[in-house]
Structure formats: C-alpha cells, structure tokens
Design a binder for this molecule. Structure first.
Ligand code: TEU
Ligand code: CA
Length: 540
C-alpha cells in the first residue's frame, strides 16, 4: 500500500514571532504571546506552525543571524517558554517547525568570535576565508543585502565570505566538523519534541566562491543527504528547504519520496514573475498571467508522484498577495479568497502566512518607518546611484519585506491588540477595518474562507491525491484546473481579474456539485463575478 505522510494532508501556518503577539508590552511579539493565540490557530484548523527564528541573535536580520542555536533570544522569552509552547501546541495537535539557518551564523556567534582570532584557531575553518589585500577582494561577488560579499579582517589579513549581511558570515560546509556540530544541534531540538524544520537558503550552503557559485553547488545534495540520514530520517518530521534556485528537476531530488532529502522545498519561480528579466525584484514588471499558469502547471504535473510541492503566496520576505496580484480596495475580500481557493485546491502542502487568512494588505510608510535591512540598504544604494526617490519608494511599496512584517491585526483596540506598548514597527493603519476579532465570527470573511478550505482538504482525499490538469491554458481571464483521482474529481475555476466574465464549462462539469464559492449570493451559472472562485466536485 502507498504510505501517505501526515504532512501531505497538513496545512502549515507561518508565524513571524516579532510581529505576532506581544505579551509583556515591550512592543515585540514573543513566545508567550503565541501561546495566548493558540486557540485561534486551532480554530483555523492548521496542523503545524513554522516559527521564524527565535534563537539568540543580535537581530541584524531579524533573527536570521543566530549567535546561539540552542538558546532563545531574551526578547522572545527563554527555553522554558519554548518548551511550554511545544507542549501547549501539542495539546491542540499542532506541531512546531523550527527555522534552521545553517548557511551562515551571526558574526557574534562564539564560533566566529574564535575564528577571527587567528588562522590557527580550531574554529577558523568553520567559515569561508580567502587571502588578499585590503581593498582588493578575491572577486566581485555581491551580498544579497548590498555591497561586496567579502569583508576584510585586518588582524588576519583575510577576507571572509558572506552571502547576506556582513553580520552573517557563511559557514564552511566543506568542513566535516561544522556539519557534525550542526547535526548535534538539530538532534537537540528533535529531542525537545519539535515536529520539523524549515531550512533557510539551503540551496546556498555548498558554495564555491572561487567559481562564483552560490546556489546549487556541486556537493549540495551530498550534504543534504548526509544531514537527512544523520538526523531527519530518525523521526516522523516535516522538513522543507527554502531554495530560490530550485527547478522542477532538482526539486525531485529535494523532495524525493524515498525520504533521502526533505519532505518538500519552497520554490520561487512563480513568485519572481513580476520583475524585469535578469534584474532585481525592485525592478517592477506586470504579472504575465499566462506564464504564471504555465509555471504552476509545470510544478504541479512534474512533481506528481515523484516529489511534493509546497504551496504558498506569502511569507515574511514577500509582499501581501492581495495587494500584489489581487485588489486590496473594492475587491479585497473577494480577491483574497480567490487566491486562497486557487492555492488550496492544488496538490502540495499549503502554507498560510500570518495575516494572510485575514486578507491583510501591504503598507505605504515613510522611509524612516521601515525596519528591514534589505529595504534600508537598497534605499541607500539606489539613492547613491541617482534613482528618483519616487521610483525607489514605489519599489518598496510593491516588494518591501516589511509589508509582511507589520503587526498582526487582532482587533480594533489600540495597536490592533498586538501590544500594549509601542510596536517595533508601525501597525497598518487599516486595522479597524481588517482584524481577526471581526472576521472569526463572520461567515463571509477571508478567515472563514481559509477555515473552510482547510476543512475541505481534510474531508476530500482528492485535495491531497488528485492529479492536476490545467484547463484552457491560453484563457486570458480564468485560472482553471481539475484534480482527479480514481474515484473523485473536482474543478477549481477562478476569475483572476476584476471584471465579470463568461466561463465555458467543461463537458463533465454537469455531474458536479458546487462545493465552495467565494461569494455569498449565488450567481449565474456560467458568468463569474469579479474574482469569483468556485470549486465543483463529484464522486465518480
Ligand atoms: O531568505 C533568502 C533570500 O534569498 C532572501 O534574502 C531573499 O533574497 C529576499 O528576501 C528577497 O526579498 C532567507 C530568509 O527567508 C530571509 O528572511 C533572510 O533574510 C535570508 O534568508 C538570510 O538568512
Ligand atoms: Ca514582548
């Protein structure tokens, strides 16, 4: 019999702890705050929480710069709070997925502090060093958050390599001691009872800087397999690699059903479509709709049976989907639900990013109200390069990561119920119109839509197993597909735009019943209202 993994039926909820719930009024979300909101998550129906990093960290990149992997940053609580969260979540059948940042550590990690003491230090080789002359780095590689990827250390007369900020030195995975230390640390978390791991920029660990290789280095899958058999395969864990360099070919390795690597990967092909070719995400371009369908169709069909998809629109690095490709004004509710239907109907494990289930939107702040290192560095760089202020700000409004990092909107009270103090980042001013308190009891809210979809996934096996087929790939308005298994079939039909439109039904749609529609009042059979999304279902 084909064994089915629990995480294939699961829905994962991502929490960005700093912005979720503050319990002590210091303006920063924390672990006790998450515990206070577990009932809300249980009501939504999710199976696991992916927790963005809460380890001890100087917070240069909001915790993605770790100075102690086996401790909790005091601003989030302590290890006892973490154990309590795992326990309290467990009571509600919710697992905790930790975020593992293994490509780099903080420059304040004891390993790095030792490493830069001398070339002979036992920790020196934990990082990636090259000899050189001051002012002449080994090559012209750039860091993700701007500037050179090489940082000079005068005492050693060497450069260290960092793919992200200068405070995030890259770990040297070619050193077996580094790998062993990492596996021990992971095992320590498994023993604490966590349910799985999300692996930050995992495709970049096997870098070869002399050849300017960052993602997909030659030894990448060797290292992943070693880690998987050393730790992951010992438990019934969910593991998901973050891989901006994933394509459908290597995704079959990452998510090989034999379990030799991870459960699945995050791929970003669909999410990078609205930028100018060969340029940065800040260089905006309209979404090519037909291409979006082609890309998702390829991922759906090529991984079917030989891999497994992660499904997402939003995370802590991305703008809000309803503002990005939907309409966050007159059709906010309808378009937010349409994106939910479109995604949750596909094959794979859906990820819901905090606030997405409320239809939270992007923000437009003044530059001094942003906090993200990526935004602030880009702003400075592009100002220096002479870009017009308006262009820069428009890029930030469209793509800035802080769009996703504004505090969770719980209710109408001050600071949206997120904090009794001053939030570390400004609350989206629309929290009186968009908040959880209003939505949880409203049968027509975005929240109720997510809740319903999560329940449908658990009820009808076709959501998990059904083969995907895109319908009318060239249709300029509808994103429509079917899912079919031996004894069930469903259709997901979405009007992707803000005008009503005619849909020509497929022949065997006759025998189906309407399982879900994102509008309350029933409409015309073959005419779809703006952003109307329907699911039709039949037992064969
Ligand atoms: O993101 C990986 C990554 O490549 C991002 O920096 C991406 O390029 C950028 O967000 C696009 O806007 C992961 C984490 O998700 C991110 O939050 C971290 O900043 C980054 O790794 C470094 O750890
Ligand atoms: Ca706090």
């Amino acid at each position: 019999m084909k064994e089915s993994k629990w995480w294939k039926k699961a829905v994962i909820y991502q929490i960005y702890p700093k912005s979720f719930q503050d319990s002590n009024g210091d303006g920063i979300g924390d672990l006790r705050g998450i515990v206070q909101r577990l009932d809300y998550l249980e009501d939504l129906g999710i199976d696991a929480i992916w927790l963005s990093p809460v380890y001890r960290s100087p917070q240069d990149d909001n915790g993605y710069d770790i100075s102690n992997y086996q401790d909790i940053d005091p601003m989030f609580g302590d290890i006892g709070d973490m154990e309590n969260l795992i326990r309290e979540a467990g009571k509600r059948n919710i697992k905790i997925i930790m975020d593992l940042v293994l490509n780099h550590s903080s420059d304040e990690h004891p390993w790095f502090c030792e490493a830069k003491k001398s070339r002979e230090n036992p920790y020196h080789d934990y990082y990636v060093w090259r000899d050189g002359e001051e002012g002449t780095p080994p090559n012209d590689m750039r860091a993700s958050f701007g500037g050179s990827a090489w940082e000079w250390v005068p005492e050693l007369k060497q450069y260290y390599f960092h793919q992200f900020s200068v405070k995030q030195p890259d770990l040297n995975w070619d050193n077996p001691k580094v790998r062993q230390e990492i596996y021990q640390m992971i095992q320590w978390w498994i023993d604490k009872g966590v349910g799985g791991f999300r692996l930050d920029v995992i495709d970049q660990i096997a870098k070869e800087p002399d050849q300017k290789i960052t993602a997909n280095g030659p030894r990448l899958h060797e290292y992943i397999r070693e880690m998987s058999s050393a730790v992951f395969q010992k438990g019934d864990l969910i593991t998901v690699g973050e891989a901006w360099g994933a394509n459908t070919e290597n995704a079959k390795l990452y998510s090989n059903p034999d379990g030799s690597e991870f459960s699945m990967v995050f791929q970003f092909e669909h999410i990078c479509l609205d930028q100018q070719e060969g340029k940065e995400k800040w260089d905006l371009a309209p979404l090519p709709f037909i291409k979006l369908k082609e890309v998702l169709n390829r991922w759906q069909t090529e991984l079917d049976g030989c891999g497994w998809n992660s499904l997402f629109w939003d995370n802590h690095d991305l703008p809000r989907i309803v503002s990005r490709w939907g309409n966050d004004r007159e059709y906010r509710v309808e378009s937010a639900k349409m994106f939910a239907v479109l995604l949750h109907g596909m094959q794979g494990t859906p990820y819901v990013y905090q606030g997405e289930e409320l239809g939270m939107t992007n923000v437009r702040y003044s530059i001094d109200e942003y906090r993200d290192i990526e935004i602030l560095n880009m702003y400075r760089e592009r100002r220096e390069q002479g870009y017009p202020e308006d262009d820069i700000m428009n890029s930030i409004y469209a793509k800035g990561r802080d769009n996703a990092r504004t505090p969770m909107q719980w209710d109408k009270s001050e600071n949206a119920g997120f904090s009794a103090g001053t939030p570390w980042i400004r609350v989206n001013p629309n929290y009186r119109e968009i908040n959880a308190a209003d939505e949880v009891h409203d049968p027509d809210s975005v929240f109720t839509c997510y809740k319903t979809l999560i329940r449908l996934r658990k009820k009808y096996p076709v959501f998990v197993e059904g083969h995907f087929a895109l319908i009318q790939p060239e249709n300029e308005i509808f994103f429509a597909y079917s899912r079919e298994s031996d004894d069930e079939k469903m259709y997901v039909i979405c009007n992707f735009f803000g005008q009503k439109a005619e849909w020509k039904p497929e022949e065997d749609q006759n025998g189906t019943k309407l399982l879900y529609c994102n509008y309350k009042a029933s409409g015309e059979t073959d005419c779809y209202r703006p952003y109307e999304a329907r699911i039709y279902y039949m037992k064969k």
